[in-house]
Design a protein. Structure first.
Lengths: 263, 89
């Protein structure tokens, strides 16, 4: 049976696409699915450093597409999980060295081999975006609670729908519950009413994310991180599991105690 | 503290301001997303009007107008003649 191909996109840069890909990919692999992550951000590759696999790269996406190597040669296996691998983007090439038809073909082939193919889309809505989206059946749009990110997310959702990609889910990243409570940040409900796309999950703003990317170890490997827990839930929902949405809590005393016990 | 005083004097929380602004911005963005959508909107409006009146098919204009706290869709059409009974088609 063919696997699922999922593109993670956002329009705006720096909202957490690569972090999302790394964490969802890792978590699904932890659930024993075979997962291939594909970095489609040609010229600005980053998934390799976030995964901590930067010094194992020999071949890349463009090499696979141009036939300079066989597919398995470009797949870099994860350090911890045997059933997780990634194909890095080319760093010294341009976005138009690949076209949407080639990406579609590659994604189709990978979906035969893996349960999940997760594509890291570049920022913007040009050629790179069109390439990344071409082979996907499902799209995850990542946004933050800021006006610029939301506007770009809306634009991307419009473009995805025009591309006949209708299975679209939303992740709200870097939500600061304290600011929402004070009325200084748009809430989950605000954002959902603006974008009108089903919610996959909300990731709270957290220093843990920076620390985990520093180390090159995805958050879902760690226990006790709230952001990590959000990604665990997101992966479960993506996998069709029924995970209820938690009520948005601030950092109350009980919450802090609970977190203290967790870690 | 300063914020509390400002709130007291009727300043809205910034999240509300952001949401209100985004509602308007997204409406505009979606409207001029593609000329195709605009064209099919015009055609649909004309099809409905044509059941009630004879209109100048080339004269239709559709614009978004920004009021202080609303966005209005304004359409101008030249009417040539109004039918006595609505035509079913």
């Amino acid at each position: 049976m063919a696997g699922k191909t999922i593109v993670v996109t956002s329009g705006k840069g720096g909202v957490g696409k690569t972090t999302t890909v790394a964490n969802i990919g890792t978590m699904l692999a932890k659930k024993k699915y075979s997962v291939c992550m594909l970095d489609a951000d040609i010229g600005l590759r980053n998934l390799d450093v976030v995964m901590g696999l930067e010094n194992r790269i020999v071949y890349n996406l463009v090499d696979v597409i141009e036939g300079n190597c066989r597919k398995p040669q470009a797949m870099i296996r994860d350090r911890k999980l045997n059933n997780l691998c990634m194909i890095p983007a080319a760093q010294t090439r341009e976005k138009n060295s690949v076209n949407p038809e080639q990406m579609k073909e590659l994604c189709g082939e990978l979906a035969e081999e893996f349960d999940y193919v997760i594509i890291d889309c570049p920022a913007g809505i040009e050629q790179g975006f069109k390439n990344a989206v071409a082979g996907a059946q499902t799209a995850i749009v990542v946004t933050t609670p800021e006006v610029s990110a939301i506007r770009d997310a809306d634009r991307v959702i419009g473009l995805l729908e025009a591309n006949l990609l209708k299975d679209i889910h939303l992740i709200i990243n870097r939500l600061n519950h304290r600011m929402v409570k004070k009325g200084d940040m748009m809430s989950t409900a605000d954002i959902l009413s603006l974008l009108a796309v089903p919610l996959l999950g909300v990731v709270p703003e957290s220093e843990d994310v920076v620390i985990s990317t520093n180390r090159g170890v995805p958050l879902v490997h760690q226990r006790g991180s709230r952001a990590g827990r959000a990604f665990i839930q997101i992966s479960a929902r993506l996998n069709g599991e029924d995970v209820p949405f938690e009520e948005e809590k601030g950092d109350g005393f009980l919450g802090r105690m609970k977190r203290f016990m967790w870690s | 503290m300063l914020k509390a005083i400002r709130r007291f004097f009727g300043e809205k929380p910034s999240s509300q301001v952001a949401r209100r602004r985004m509602q308007v911005v997204l409406m505009h963005d979606r409207m001029d997303l593609s000329p195709d959508v605009m064209e099919s909107l015009k055609n649909d409006i004309m099809a409905v009007l044509a059941r009630y009146m004879e209109i100048d098919q080339t004269s239709i204009r559709v614009d978004l107008e920004q009021g202080k706290d609303y966005t209005a869709l304004v359409s101008n059409v030249h009417v040539k003649r109004v039918y006595r009974h609505a035509h079913s088609n």
